[in-house]
Each structure stands twice: as structure tokens, then as C-alpha cells.
Design a protein around this ligand. Structure first.
Ligand SMILES: [Mg+2]
Length: 267
């Protein structure tokens, strides 16, 4: 366990711009504490920020350049990999032996986050309120991005001082382990001291993500309080019509929220 402090060179001393993670990337020194796990991208900021689009453009270009595809083929393959693996890079590494860190530098790290992400005081206030509820021992970030992008995001959002640690997707590993793989979650639980075979301990954990496959995986693993943040109307409409909707979103199961601030109503 090493604390992580990171100062964003693109910002001065705005509130929450300095990232301070007490337990860094883990492990924590405790067992079976109560943890709220947060996804970052399209979850702690809205999809309607330009980031999603900026990223799509960069990824699309990467598919085109590195696999010599036209726009249609690039788009199709990108979507296939995203839906199959939860992450475009996962498909690129598995099927095309792409250098993931080079990809990361060309895609995530090159995004102009400074223009796209602004501090979110309401979200900051909500997170502080949830912390002050005394229900949680730790707030933990769980992302499919590489660490650089994760740190930059929470810094630009002014939330850098509100989390205890971060689990990121290590693109330098092969094969890449990311959400919704069980292995990824088990790694998160190990690093945060949760015995994932202990039903009671798992039942106390909270998790929020905007990805359907990620929340379903968290629910299937026994996390007791799972939020699915569905911002886009079209996705919401499609989701509630799915055959397995009741299996996953019925009473006492995954909670659907249409806005991240709705989570605060539970505390
Ligand atoms: Mg996300």
C-alpha cells in the first residue's frame, strides 16, 4: 500500500484538483469493510460531455490507421469489440496484437480533458454527503481506463481528494483484464480486502457504473447494492424491454438511476 498524490500540471490549485489516494492502487490493510466502488467514464461525468465523442473519434481513427479499415468496417469492429469485451482495446490486443500502451497514449492520454471536463460542485457535495453518512469505510474508483486517464478525469472534475484508492485497467498486461471479467472484479476485491466468497461481506458493498454488462457482472458476483446509471433515453427504453429485465432490475436488485445525483437520495 502506497499513498498516491498527483498534481495535475494543467491545473493550479482548484478545489479537488490534486489527487490524493490514501491507499493508492491498494491493497488496503483491512478486511471486509464497506466500500462504495465508482466507475469513472460516463459515470462521474455525463456522456453528454464531449469526452465520449472525442474518444470515439480517436478510437475510430486508431482502428482505421492500424488495421487499414474503411469507416464502416472500423465502426463495426469497434462496436463489436466494445460489446464483446467491454473495451475496444481488449479486442485490439487479443485479435491484432496491438501495443496497448501505445494505443493509450494515442487515444486516452491525448484527449483534451481540460476543455471537456469542468469541476462538478453538486457531485462533489453529494459524494461528501455520502461519506459523511458514515455508511462507508472507503470510496474506491474502478475503471477500465489506464491510470493516467483516471487521475486526469477526477482531477478535472474537482474530485481528486474524495477517494481512497483506484483500480485501473493495466493495459501493459496481456491479455488485458477489464470489467466485466470476473478476474477483474476479484482483483478489485482482493485489493480492497473484500472476501468475495463471503456473502454477507459482498452484500454490503456498493457499486455504480454506466455499463450494463458491468453492473450485471457486479450483481452476479453478489454485490448487494448496484446502481446502473443510464443517462440516454434510448438506452433506457431498450433496457426496460429486455427479456432479463426483471431478473436483474426487479425489486431489490440493480437500481436504475437516470442521473448520478439521484444516488444521493439514498443517503
Ligand atoms: Mg463507464
Amino acid at each position: 500500500m502506497t499513498a498516491l498524490n498527483w498534481k495535475n500540471p494543467e491545473l493550479d490549485n482548484e478545489i479537488g484538483s490534486e489527487v490524493k489516494l490514501t491507499y493508492g492502487f491498494g491493497p488496503v490493510p483491512t478486511k471486509n469493510k464497506r466500500i462504495f466502488y465508482f466507475d469513472i467514464d460516463n459515470c462521474l461525468y455525463e456522456r453528454s460531455t464531449k469526452i465520449h465523442d472525442l474518444m470515439q473519434v480517436k478510437i475510430h481513427q486508431y482502428f482505421k490507421d492500424h488495421l487499414s479499415l474503411d469507416d464502416d468496417e472500423a465502426n463495426r469492429l469497434h462496436m463489436t469489440y466494445y460489446k464483446t469485451y467491454g473495451l475496444a482495446i481488449e479486442g485490439l490486443v487479443r485479435n491484432h496484437k496491438v501495443d496497448a500502451l501505445e494505443y493509450n497514449s494515442k487515444v486516452d492520454d491525448s484527449l483534451d480533458l481540460k476543455s471537456a471536463l469542468k469541476p462538478n460542485p453538486e457531485l462533489r457535495e453529494m459524494l461528501i454527503k455520502i461519506r459523511q453518512s458514515g455508511k462507508f469505510d472507503y470510496f474506491w474508483l474502478v475503471t477500465n481506463a489506464y491510470k493516467n486517464h483516471a487521475l486526469r478525469c477526477i482531477s478535472f472534475l474537482g474530485l481528486g481528494d474524495l477517494f481512497d484508492g483506484l483500480t485501473f485497467c493495466d493495459y501493459s498486461n496481456f491479455p488485458i483484464v477489464c470489467k466485466p471479467m470476473t478476474k477483474y472484479y476479484h482483483n478489485v476485491f482482493q485489493l480492497t480486502g473484500i472476501d468475495f466468497e463471503d456473502k454477507e461481506a459482498m452484500g454490503q458493498q456498493y457499486f455504480i457504473d454506466d455499463s450494463e454488462i458491468n453492473v450485471k457482472a457486479a450483481f452476479d458476483l453478489g454485490m448487494g447494492n448496484v446502481y446502473h446509471y443510464v443517462e440516454v433515453d434510448k438506452e433506457y427504453e431498450a433496457l426496460i424491454r429486455k427479456e432479463d429485465f426483471n431478473k436483474y432490475y426487479g425489486e431489490g436488485k440493480i437500481k436504475l438511476v437516470r442521473h448520478i445525483l439521484d444516488v444521493g437520495k439514498d443517503f
